[in-house]
Ligand binder design. Sequence first.
Ligand code: TRP
Length: 361
Amino acid sequence: MPLIRVDATKGRSEDEIRNVLDSEAHLSGFNEVSDAIQFLVSDAETFAAVQVDTRDSFAADVITGLSARHKQLPPKYFYDATGSRLFEEICRTDDYYVTRSETALLRNIAEELAAGIPQGAALVEFGSGESAKTRLLLDAAPQLSAYVPIDISADALDQASAMLARDYPQLSIAPVVADFTGHFRLPAAADGRPRVGFFPGSTIGNFDRDGAVRFLRSARQVLGDQAALLVGVDLVKDEATLSAAYDDSQGVTARFNKNLLIRINRELGGDFDPDAFDHLALWNPVHSRMEMHLVSRKDHIVNAAGHTFSFRSGERLHTENSHKFTIDSFAQLAARAGWSAANTWISDEPRVAMFRLEPHP
Ligand code: TRP
C-alpha cells in the first residue's frame, strides 16, 4: 500500500487537515477513507489527532445541538450510507418534485448549458451523491476533460465514481470525500483547467442566507476567476405542493429524518427510540422555507455521546431547512457573494430554476 503523507505542521486547522487527508486518500485509490486514516494513525502520531477529530466533531455537534434551548442538529449528518440511500429514494417519490422538475429541465437545456463549458474544462460538483443528473451534462459536453464529484458520503461517491469511470472512459474522474461547506482542495486533475461548478438539487436552499453567501464566495475562490457556476434553485410555490414534497405519502422522508437518530445510536452509543418521534414538515413564511423537525411524542430522556438529554412531549428537534426563492431573491443573494446571474432557466410546474452564475466583472 502506498504511504500518504500530509504535512500537518503548515498552520492548517484540524478541519483543513482532515479534508486534505480525505482527498489525498481518495486520490491514492483508497476505497474507504477510514482505511486511510487507520493506516496513517499506525504510521505517524500526528494523524491520531485527525481521527479523533473526525469522530469528535459529530459528538460535539450532537452535544451542542441537543443541549440548545431550541434543539437542532446539522443536516450534513443525514448522509451516512443508509441516509444517502434513503435520500436517493426520496428523489424517486412522486411527491418530491424537485428532482423530477430539475431533471426534465436539465434534459431540455443540456445543449445550452454545454455551449457555455470551455474546451478541456473540469466540472466540479458539490454534493454529487449518485451523480444521476450530471450524466445529462457529461453527455452533452464531451469537451470536458475532468469531473470532480465532491460528497460527504464515501460509499455514495465510490459507487458513483466506479460507474462513471466505466461509462465515460475519456473523462478523468477525481472524487473528493469532503464536507463541501468546509475547506478542501481540488485534486490535481482540476489544475490548470477552466472550471465549471455544478450545484443542483436545491441544496443551496439548505443553508441559511449567510451560509449560502459564504458557500457561494468560497465556491468562487475554489473555482477561480474564469469560472461559471450552475446552481439549481427551488422556487416559492403553493404550500400544499411544498408540504407533500417534504412529507411524502410513502413515508420515505420520515424514515430519512429518523435515520439521524439511528446513526447517533450506532456511532455515539445513543439510546434514541425513533418511534418516540414524529416527522414534521412545515412551511415558514417569514423565512420562506420548509422546515423539517422531529417531534417528541412524550416526555422522555435520551442518552447519547455520554450525555443525557430530556425531551418534553411536543418538543421539536430541528433537523433541516429548505429555503425557497424567487428569481430576483436568488439573484440578489448571489450578487452578495460576487456572482451575477448570466442566465436563468425555469422548468415546467412544479417550478424549479437553474442559474448560470458568472463572477461579477
Ligand atoms: N436539497 C434537498 C431539498 O431541500 C434536500 C432534502 C429533500 C431534504 N428532502 C429532504 C433534506 C428532507 C431533509 C429532509 O429539497
